[in-house]
Structures are given as structure tokens and as C-alpha cells.
Design a protein around this ligand. Structure first.
Ligand code: GAR
Length: 195
């Protein structure tokens, strides 16, 4: 059984999709949900589901990313995860942190990478007039949103779409994609999932 830690910053809807899937014959089990925001709604949701939670408020560390990460690392290392899933985790991680979990840290990003790394992905897809949008799960490497792809799900952009309507359609696809990828990945299969 693979031990899975999930890092979140907000509501944690992707985290919930992962937790709900990690039952029965799933090769992974959640051992920790951690956040950089003690008020992240997802923490209470995870605790309600019986998962250990931890919060390290990044605001207490100013611009000292290394000190923040050292503090965040403590509960993560104590949980001894085999796999770390970033699920709406909105802090950029330093290469040192990434290196510790190289080859076993995943991220979900709301665009069809390599298109639109970084922020405001839906606004950028709409501004470009794209006919399709979607989401990607990838292995995390030191370069932002650029590691090897583990899966993508595509959705149409429809006439009249706003940033919010497109984000909602993509988020629903994220909830299908991330569990499918983690299931496969935790079983030792890194071939990409295409939805
Ligand atoms: C999701 O759309 C996720 O792809 C995005 O934040 C949202 C979090 O939702 N992540 C990023 O933009 C990472 N840079 P959730 O907290 O409800 O899972």
C-alpha cells in the first residue's frame, strides 16, 4: 500500500476526489493532508474523513521560502509518504524541496500543458480563442508546471463561456482525471491517462 500525502491551499475539491477514490482495492491510502493556510476549507473536510491534517502558515515566514518549506517538511516527513500530491497547492516550491520528492510528487494544473503554465489559465485560453481547454497531471520538477505528463482531460470551450464557466467545466474534468492518474501511478504505472 502506497502512503499518500496531499498538499492543498483552498477548498480542496481535488483532494476530496482523491480521498473518495482511495478506498477498497486502491493501491494508495492518504496519510496526511497539509496546507500553507490554516483556514483552508479542505483541512476540515479531510479531518472529517479521518485523515491526519497539518497547517503551516506561509505568512509567518515572510519571503523566506526555505524556512517555510523546512517547517512544512516536518509533518510531511513524519507521515512518511511514498507519493506527494499537490492538489490546488498555490505556493511555488524551491528546487531543494522538489528534489526531496523527485519522481514521487504529482501536481494538477488547470490547462492543457505545455499551454499556459502559471496563473489565469482560463482567461488565457479564452483570450487566445481556443476551442478546447482542460487539465493536466504531471510529475513535479524544479521548473514550474513543466514535468513529465501523467495525464490530460480535455473539455470544449463553448460560445458565451466566461472564466468562471470554463473553470467549472475544467474542475469537473480535474475530479475525473486526478483520481484516475493516482490510481495508475500508485500501482507503479506511469503511462499517461488521456480523458
Ligand atoms: C484547481 O483548478 C487546480 O487545478 C488549481 O487550483 C484549483 C484548486 O481547486 N491549481 C493550480 O492552479 C495550481 N497552480 P481545489 O482546491 O478545489 O482542488
Amino acid at each position: 500500500m502506497k502512503r499518500v500525502a496531499i498538499l492543498i491551499s483552498g477548498g480542496g475539491s481535488n483532494m476530496l476526489a482523491l480521498l473518495r477514490d482511495m478506498v477498497g482495492d486502491h493501491p494508495g491510502r492518504a496519510v496526511l493532508v497539509a496546507s500553507n493556510d490554516p483556514a483552508a476549507a479542505g483541512l476540515a473536510r479531510a479531518a472529517d474523513m479521518g485523515v491526519a491534517v497539518a497547517a503551516v502558515d506561509h505568512r509567518g515566514f515572510g519571503k523566506d521560502r526555505a524556512a517555510f518549506e523546512a517547517a512544512l517538511l516536518q509533518p510531511i516527513l513524519a507521515a512518511e509518504p511514498d507519493i506527494v500530491c499537490l492538489a490546488g497547492f498555490m505556493r511555488v516550491l524551491t528546487p531543494d524541496f522538489v528534489r526531496r520528492f523527485e519522481g514521487r510528487m504529482l501536481n494538477i494544473h488547470p490547462s492543457l500543458l505545455p499551454k499556459y503554465p502559471g496563473l489565469h489559465t482560463h482567461a488565457r485560453a479564452l483570450a487566445a480563442g481556443d476551442a478546447e481547454a482542460g487539465c493536466s497531471v504531471h510529475e513535479v520538477t524544479a521548473e514550474l508546471d513543466a514535468g513529465p505528463l501523467l495525464g490530460q482531460a480535455r473539455v470544449p470551450v463553448v460560445p458565451g463561456d466566461t472564466e468562471d464557466s470554463l473553470a467549472a467545466r475544467v474542475l469537473a474534468a480535474e475530479h475525473r482525471l486526478y483520481p484516475a492518474v493516482l490510481r495508475r501511478y500508485a500501482a507503479g504505472d506511469r503511462s499517461p491517462v488521456w480523458l
